[in-house]
Design a protein around this ligand. Sequence first.
Ligand code: NAP
Ligand code: MN
Length: 269
Amino acid sequence: MKIAIVNYGDPEAVRVRKMMLNRLAKTSLVCDHKHPDIVISIGGDGTLLTAFNKYQDQLDHVRFVGIHTGHLGFYTDWRNFEVDDLLDSLEHDSGQSVSYPLLSLDVTYSDGQAQHYVALNESALRQKTKTMVSDVYINDRFFESFRGDGLCASTPTGSTAYNKSVGGAVMDPKISGFQLTELASLNNRVYRSLGSPIILGTESQVTLRVHDDSDSLLTCDRQLVQWDVNQHHLSEVTYRVADQPIRFAKYRHTSFWDRVHESFIGGRK
Ligand code: NAP
Ligand code: MN
């Protein structure tokens, strides 16, 4: 079994990484940062997003494990003092995993070039200063003309992140689909968009065509999708559920709704 470790830069995550590497030497597990079977992220959910970004071209064989050094996260099951238990589980691994849907982004530019990205949490399209005007197509049929700050497409596991802050629903990650949420839509007698989040299934896709992209920002998790505004224009972005899900090594189970409770409510009787 080949292991890669991605850690946050704070002293605690660095300490856990060192301890893990020391203990690893006494097991049958080996370190391989190029072609790992398991990617261990040490830090928070943000660190797992970084780990995902680094290994997203190996999703067909890589499984992820998250150790949290702070509070319980949505992608992090293990605590910093459970390293020995985790190594033991890894040594007795029989390939068990749990998969969650990812978001696929197909970006097309005015010169016909296309780029593909995958998000674990979400992708948002917005304008830096001006009001964004974007036509929204669902399954290639015109749906609405959106005016406002922007639109956010989120995965089910990403639904507790930015999506939640902008009024999207928390979505059970056993549902395969994605959610589109409005960012401060401008609704009046002239301009009208649906005004509520929508959840789309595996067979559906949403295409956004901005009217003026000179001021647009497109994100994919922590990354900013870059293009040269002087040379090309962003002509459209299409969101759908990605073909490949993300897999986590499942050695034990923390219920999604327990995490939601722990993270946002707490003090359970
Ligand atoms: P970050 O510091 O890594 O993340 C911001 C906060 O979001 C952290 O507390 C992080 O938890 C938490 N988080 C990340 N993924 C989550 C998930 N799936 N469910 C619940 N909480 C989650 O910041 P960043 O690098 O700028 O962006 C990472 C993510 O943060 C983005 O994908 C976006 O979803 C979210 N974000 C939210 C807002 C907002 O709510 N207004 C604004 C910007 C970004 P940890 O502390 O465990 O890392
Ligand atoms: Mn963080």
